[in-house]
Design a binder for this molecule. Structure first.
Ligand code: FES
Length: 154
């Protein structure tokens, strides 16, 4: 199911936990790294490897916004929409990105570069509003700083 390198990584990660199912989050990361998103086959395979039911893995992958169940852009833009960020302009940031990229929330640009999402609290409430780009966090963003961030992405 995974490349040999990722299969080796999964086997090693499983040894870190007293109960196999505890490795579900890193296993899903491996799947996403391998295929760009978590496929139906990944969900079945991880369930089999970790002695879980398929629906249990599905529940995990759909609960956390860091996993995607469909192909996404090279850059996943996640705008926090929870209270602090919303009060300090997150809605305007989202609208700005929709206009700039020509897509709506949940959509990917036709060139496959950007996917726009709204997510719940990113944990930087005192530095709102916040934008996460893949694994990078940007705090106190403005429409201007968002433009700079986007323009710097290759
Ligand atoms: S409310 Fe946006 S980071 Fe917490």
């Amino acid at each position: 199911m995974f490349s040999q390198a990722n299969e080796t990584k999964l086997n090693e990660i499983i040894t870190h936990y007293p109960v196999k199912r505890s490795a579900v989050l890193p296993a899903l990361y491996i799947a996403q790294e391998e295929h760009g998103y978590v496929t139906d086959d990944d969900v079945r395979y991880i369930a089999e490897r970790l002695d879980m039911r398929v629906n249990e893995v599905e529940e995990v992958v759909t609960f956390y916004t860091m996993y995607s169940r469909q192909p996404i852009g090279k850059y996943k833009l996640q705008v926090c929409r929870t209270l602090s960020c919303m009060l300090l302009g997150a809605e305007q940031i989202t609208e700005h990105l929709e206009h700039k990229l020509g897509i709506g929330v949940g959509e990917t640009t036709t060139d496959g570069r950007f996917t726009l999402q709204e997510v719940e609290c990113l944990g930087y409430c005192d530095l709102a509003p916040c934008l996460q780009v893949n694994f990078d966090y940007h705090e106190k963003v403005t429409t201007g700083s968002v433009d700079d961030i986007i323009n710097k992405l290759s």
